[in-house]
Design a binder for this molecule. Structure first.
Ligand code: 6PG
Length: 254
């Protein structure tokens, strides 16, 4: 069971282990996707790269989720991707394919890959259109993902929204090119307008190396948005932070 911490604008859920965290997220994913199916709706999700998201995908690829989640009604997008050739080990698509997509029966047309091998700016434009043509708008005229998974970097980046990047100021485009300041490598990323329009945004964060950034983000005085991850604030959706004990070790749990 998660040990609820104090409820702020973000719902923080703390688990003893990555396994427990992954089980909890997989259970919630099944519940929400089946709820959508009951209403005759498709379910739109954007996956993240990263260590903890991978653990969740691996859990979704096993029973009972493998066979009980209505994968045929689920459309899978990515929150970000590295600009690398197809098949490159750094690709977030390849990570999701190996950890989840190859283990479930989901129509190929439901898988919307960011083409990291294409010219970044052209692909960002194409991908924005693919989202617009597939994901229904909410009442503010922006496509609304049901779920968006996010990781958290030690520098407070999320998706491929890095500190100080111009992509943080983007108000129109849904997907833009980006540069990882550490490696200088190009990336593609969803922008804050579409992330903050999602129904449910889940940060998936484990490991002692994330404890400081988690504490900084959760304890920053109100309004001090000094990290990209701090700018994630769904206007009408649910914002959750899933942590294991190690990543939560610098915050007080109530
Ligand atoms: C990526 C991710 C990125 C990642 C964080 C955390 O493409 O790398 O989208 O935002 O989620 O860097 O990664 P870890 O969970 O592996 O530390």
């Amino acid at each position: 069971m998660d040990k609820k911490s104090s409820k702020t604008a973000i719902e923080t859920r703390i688990y003893d282990s990555t396994k427990e965290l992954a089980d909890a997220v997989a259970g919630a994913f099944k519940a929400d996707s089946m709820e959508a199916r009951k209403k005759g709706k498709k379910f739109f999700v954007a996956l993240s790269g990263g260590r903890t998201p991978r653990a969740v995908y691996e859990r979704l690829a096993r029973e009972p989720y493998r066979s009980e989640i209505p994968w045929a009604d689920i459309h899978i997008f990515w929150g970000d991707e590295r600009c690398v050739p197809r098949g490159h080990p750094d690709s977030n698509f390849n990570m999701a394919r190996d950890s989840l997509l190859e283990q479930i029966s989901i129509p190929q047309n439901n898988i919307h890959r960011m083409r990291g091998e294409e010219r970044p700016d052209q692909e960002a434009e194409r991908y924005s259109l693919e989202i617009i043509n597939t994901v229904p708008d909410s009442d503010v005229g922006i496509p609304r993902f049901d779920w968006i998974f996010l990781g958290l970097g030690r520098d407070g980046h999320t998706a491929s929204l890095f500190p100080g990047a111009s992509s943080l100021e983007e108000t129109e485009r849904l997907c833009v090119s980006a540069v990882d300041p550490e490696s200088g490598k190009k990336r593609l990323t969803l922008t804050l307008p579409v992330i903050n329009n999602a129904g449910r945004v889940l940060f998936l964060v484990t490991g002692k190396d994330k404890a400081d950034i988690v504490a900084e983000i959760l304890t920053a005085e109100k309004g001090k948005k000094s990290y990209p991850a701090s700018l994630v604030a769904p206007t009408a959706g649910l914002l959750e932070l899933y942590l294991d004990d190690s990543a939560a070790s610098s915050i007080k749990s109530s």
